[in-house]
Design a protein around this ligand. Structure first.
Ligand SMILES: Cc1cc2nc3c(=O)[nH]c(=O)nc-3n(C[C@H](O)[C@H](O)[C@H](O)COP(=O)(O)OP(=O)(O)OC[C@H]3O[C@@H](n4cnc5c(N)ncnc54)[C@H](O)[C@@H]3O)c2cc1C
Ligand code: FES
Length: 303
């Protein structure tokens, strides 16, 4: 089947989309303004820039009640330093313990990287839309990440692993600039052993030790054979990657409404109050961060 999207199609479809559309945010928020007192129960150094923080809600009852879906994020409060949005990286089936893969990039994250096991933080949430895993049932799934994009995608990887019989073929494609930026390398062998899951990795600038594929993430499409007629894809990474990867997905016949991207915008409150994260009249903290690519194409200046 040949699928090609024309510019005119995008323009006419865009009229049907109603961005934003939340009338009563206060009602929608429920008790999301609550901060759960939590403890850092483990810290794993993944790369010189990224650490994985295991964070557990201290109160037993709150811990039991807390749940999230792959693709959602938290507001993480580092006392005395501030609050930042961070994607949840762990399995949604683990109750009240979340894993957060955090890059050292500024004021809050620099301090967080100095914190140890036993330190206290606050978490609010979960916030945002999720990857619509129920739409992928009985379908092939392509999970595609660039760089830090593997952090939110890892939660979806746990989901497909734990519900393996619900999906057909699963391929994980992951690319970074240099080998030293690859996250969760200690899990690759486990992922490859899950029935029917294929993992493909690529780096743009190899070092002497790298024996794998060299190039851009789009080059990995040479490695896969999929039946595009029943395939969904999730793409996580820097916005520049979305365009190239989603065009490639479009070329092989996957329609835009079957591609999902996690759109990161500067966020402050995470709950539609501060107007920091909007794209036009759409608040990415409420309507996103996960959107189907068709919608993203129609959000002016989204990428
Ligand atoms: C929905 C969502 C999920 C996120 N998930 C993760 C994650 O899993 N792991 C992770 O390390 N980071 C994630 N981020 C980015 C993270 O929120 C920022 O890196 C963090 O707010 C930086 O805080 P800071 O005070 O340390 O840095 P600042 O001093 O505020 O900024 C330092 C640098 O980070 C950039 N930055 C700041 N805020 C953001 C932002 N919201 N998005 C992108 N870049 C930003 C700035 O442009 C600057 O270059 C996510 C952001 C969003 C919106
Ligand atoms: S982050 Fe405040 S409105 Fe979205």
């Amino acid at each position: 089947m040949e699928y090609s999207l024309k510019y005119q199609d995008v323009l006419s479809e865009s009229k049907k989309i109603k961005p934003g559309g939340r009338l009563n945010r206060k009602t929608d928020l429920g008790n999301f303004e609550k901060t759960f007192k939590s403890e850092i129960t483990g810290v794993i150094e993944l790369t010189p820039l990224e650490k994985l923080f295991q964070v557990q809600i201290i109160n037993h009852d709150e811990r039991e009640r807390f749940s999230f879906k792959p693709g959602q994020f938290l507001m993480l409060e580092v006392p005395g330093f501030g609050e930042i949005p961070i994607s949840i990286s762990s399995s949604p089936s683990r109750r009240g313990v979340v894993e957060l893969c955090i890059r050292k990039s500024g004021r809050v994250t620099n301090f967080l990287h100095k914190m140890q096991r036993g330190s206290h933080v606050g978490i609010k949430g979960p916030f945002g839309t999720c990857f619509p895993m129920e739409k992928f049932v009985n379908e092939n799934v392509l999970l595609i990440a660039g760089g830090l994009g593997l952090a939110p995608l890892r939660s979806a990887i746990y989901y497909v692993e734990e519900n393996r019989n619900m999906f057909k073929d699963i391929s994980i494609m992951y690319g970074t600039n240099v080998p030293g930026q690859m996250l969760f390398t200690y899990q690759y062998e486990t992922w490859k052993k899950i029935d029917g899951i294929k993992l493909f990795t690529i780096v743009q600038n190899p070092d002497k030790k790298w024996e794998g594929k060299v190039g851009l993430i789009t080059d990995l499409f040479e490695e896969i054979t999929i039946d595009a007629s029943n395939t969904h894809a999730i793409v996580c990474g820097p916005p520049v990657m979305f365009k190239f990867v989603c065009n490639k997905l479009n070329d092989i016949g996957i329609p835009m409404e079957k591609m999902f991207v996690s759109l990161e915008r500067r966020m402050h409150c995470g709950m539609g109050k501060c107007c920091r994260c909007n794209v036009g009249s759409t608040y990415t903290c409420l309507s996103g961060p996960v959107f189907d690519y068709w919608t993203v194409m129609n959000l002016k200046e989204a990428i």
